[in-house]
Design a protein around this ligand. Structure first.
Ligand code: PAF
Length: 276
């Protein structure tokens, strides 16, 4: 199928003007089946689907992998054209940041926890780029994966609290057959690390099963799960049980929980979560 690729704002806006409502999938490219599942969901929501591909410098810390983040635009466009995507927005940095981005969103305290504690400024960068993209594209819906659970929560809150007229649609995490959540960063793993990587999911699953079977000593469960991973050579940034509604640490009497984790395998940082 034919897909229009736009690298500037004016021609994208001209293309979208007066057309059917848009379902939007924001990405940083290097698309894998997890992204493609979001696109398929978007296609069910609206006939008109726009995918953005933009590696957003604002959400990387100076020592992080911005420069080596995989950029595979030609392959991405090919995959999207096969899914009947109408428009791809793949701007150069100078288009979205013609001058330094001095207006940045101030985020609530939840953005300083979990991922935010280890990647200060990350969610401010994500929220700021998404607000820009929502303003440019003005979609009816925007589709996000639950793999980035805290990102999804913060985007939902941003849209609610700032009255942004877009509906946020959440999609389940897509996993490899051994349970590893699909992520562009998985390709940094060597063969042995890739074999080991599914242990993150397996450990979360074990913890979930213990909670479902009635255990409520979350601190002990978290400590045991963390130790299990560290004994296998992982370095765990966090692994903890939270309330789904506000991502506050769970208390023994709480229901509707999610366990979230981030951990390093060699030089690669993986995140995952499971709703309980
Ligand atoms: O989840 C991502 O890939 C990015 O954080 C997003 C939402 C595209 C913003 O740059």
């Amino acid at each position: 199928m034919f897909v229009d690729i736009f690298d500037d704002i004016d021609s994208l806006r001209t293309r979208l003007q007066g057309n059917a409502p848009v379902a939007f999938v924001p990405t940083m490219g290097n698309l894998h089946p997890g992204h493609l599942a979001l696109v398929k969901r978007a296609k069910q929501l609206n006939d008109q689907v726009v995918v953005s591909i933009f590696v957003n410098r604002l959400q990387f810390l100076p020592h992080e992998d911005f420069e080596r983040y995989p950029r595979t635009l030609a392959d991405d466009c090919k995959a999207l054209s096969q899914l009947d995507v109408n428009s791809i927005f793949a701007p150069h940095e100078k288009i979205l940041f013609p001058t330094a981005q001095e207006f940045l969103l101030a985020l609530p305290p939840v953005a300083d926890t979990l991922e935010g504690k280890f990647r200060p400024g990350f969610f401010q960068g994500v929220a700021t780029i998404l607000l820009k993209l929502f303003n440019i594209i003005q979609p009816q819906q925007a589709v996000f994966g639950k793999k980035d659970y805290q990102q999804l929560h913060i985007v939902q809150e941003m849209v609610r609290q700032l009255n942004i007229p877009v509906e946020i649609i959440a999609c389940d995490t897509v996993r490899a057959p051994d349970g590893l959540a699909l992520s562009s960063r998985n390709q940094y793993l060597n063969h042995e690390q890739r074999q080991e990587a599914c242990q993150l999911f397996q450990t979360l699953l074990q913890l979930k099963n213990e909670i479902v079977s009635g255990k409520r000593e979350f601190l002990t469960l978290q400590r045991d799960a963390t130790q299990h991973l560290e004994q296998r050579g992982w370095s765990v940034d966090y692994l903890s049980v939270h309330k789904r509604s506000n991502l506050m640490p769970a208390q023994a009497h709480d229901n509707d929980l999610v366990v979230l984790a981030a951990a390093w395998l060699g030089n690669t940082r993986l995140i995952d979560n499971l709703e309980i």
